[in-house]
Write a protein that binds this ligand. Structure first.
Ligand code: APR
Length: 234
């Protein structure tokens, strides 16, 4: 089976109603995202940081996967599909995708601020000051903040090197190391970039740009990819 590796970003979930970071509404109460999603912010004002993520988590309980998420699930009928997402939502999983690697953490999880290996599922939206891990330390969002290491990047690099087809969906490709994953994909591998604003990657070998929304472009692209395999099998 051919392996499709898919890198997704905030645009993947935009049509589900999850706001992106760098579009016009990418500010939160006059703070830039970098100012609330950092270890310095957590140190200075943990209550504000918890509140920022509480609001995002609350929203996540109210939204649903969109046609783009569901289209990617269908690829699993004929391909081995590995999703690498920068998103902290769980919409790929809820749509039914079976292999999802979260590069930047997960909103519905909390972890100990003292021991990064103590990770807990959250079944409610609110995480408060005073919510403690089993060792007695404050719980923090299970999110990779600006300025922190990205523990899953090595696994993501490895997957990117093994892709037979590579898709990039709904990401501005400005945040590293995620944006650099494309450099690990072999030159000869067909690549697609689905984003209404995609442009600068036009120089990358084998890259086909689809300037459209995920919910419109992906059902068609997936139909084509499934069709290709069926034709080959005749
Ligand atoms: N379909 C596809 N793409 C879309 C759609 C849509 N319906 N709507 C918007 N987009 C595109 C935008 O054109 C933009 O290129 O999604 C992209 C979103 O870019 P960002 O907001 O920068 O999000 P992302 O690239 O995922 O950010 C990377 O930065 O803030 C941090 O950790 C956070 O994971 C995030 C990382």
């Amino acid at each position: 089976m051919k392996r499709i590796v898919i890198l997704t970003g905030a645009g993947m979930s935009a049509e589900s109603g999850v706001s992106t970071f760098r579009d016009s509404k990418g500010l939160w109460q006059n703070h830039r995202i970098e100012e609330v999603a950092s270890p310095v912010a957590w140190e200075r004002n943990p209550e504000m940081v918890l509140e920022f993520y509480n609001q995002r988590r609350k929203q996540l309980f109210e939204v649903e996967p969109n046609a783009g998420h569901y289209a990617l699930v269908r690829l699993e009928e004929k391909y081995e599909v590995q999703i690498i997402t920068q998103n902290v939502d769980d919409l790929h999983e809820r749509a039914g995708s079976s292999q999802v690697l979260h590069l930047h953490g997960e909103l519905k999880k909390a972890r100990s601020s003292a021991d990064p290996y103590l990770i807990y599922e959250l079944n409610h939206w609110e995480l408060k000051l005073g919510d403690l891990c089993e060792k007695g330390s404050q719980l923090r969002p299970h999110i990779v903040w600006f300025g922190e290491a990205v523990p899953m990047i090595e696994a993501a690099v490895k997957l990117s090197t093994t892709a037979d087809i590579f898709l990039v969906i709904g990401t501005s490709l400005v945040v590293y190391p995620a944006a650099g994953l494309i450099n690990y994909v072999e030159r000869k591998v067909p690549k697609y970039y689905v984003d209404p604003k995609a442009s600068w990657v036009s120089g990358i070998s084998g890259m086909q740009i689809i300037n459209d929304k995920a919910s419109i472009a992906l059902p068609k692209l997936v139909d084509n990819m499934l069709q290709k395999i069926s034709t080959k099998n005749l």
